[in-house]
Design a protein. Sequence first.
Length: 190
Amino acid sequence: MDDRWIWWRLAWRNLWRNRRRTLITASALAFGYLASVTMIGLWGGMMTEMIETGTNLVSGQLQLHAPDYYPERSMYTTLGGRDGVDVDELLRLVRDTPGIVAASPRVYGGGLISSGSETVAGMLVGVDPDHEVEVTRLLQTPVEGRAPRAGEREILVGRDMANLLDVGLGAEVVLVAPPAMVRSGTTCTE
């Protein structure tokens, strides 16, 4: 008989010399393996869910920015530079790209939001309500009221910002945003 079979037989016989020890060790290995597979599956699912939630709620799955926009996110780095870009033509080109389901323009800017004696700095995001609903869930479920519609002079204020300003539905707020701080981008869904 071959030498390697002797070692296998010896190992097998040694396993059953102390059955209790063998069963405890095998059970611990099986439980550890099951726990590892379960945790890896949960972490993978959580990561997928976080990415889906982030892209579906706010950003979309693809964003177009000026070439040097990231990482500094300079307020002067906009699509088309200081001269701007024909947004309608850009959106037409993006929407005509195979694999793109929808696209919506956005304008980002920092500014001040005021109500009564309260003033708070905030990030302002301008969207096209008609197309934004095709790309993200941002306007689909406001906590109170409804999302602004195209052509209306209304804004949607986040819950924390509303609490800081002590404003509710229908309240009047003042927005102050310097024009140089506005950055543009296009959000798309594949």
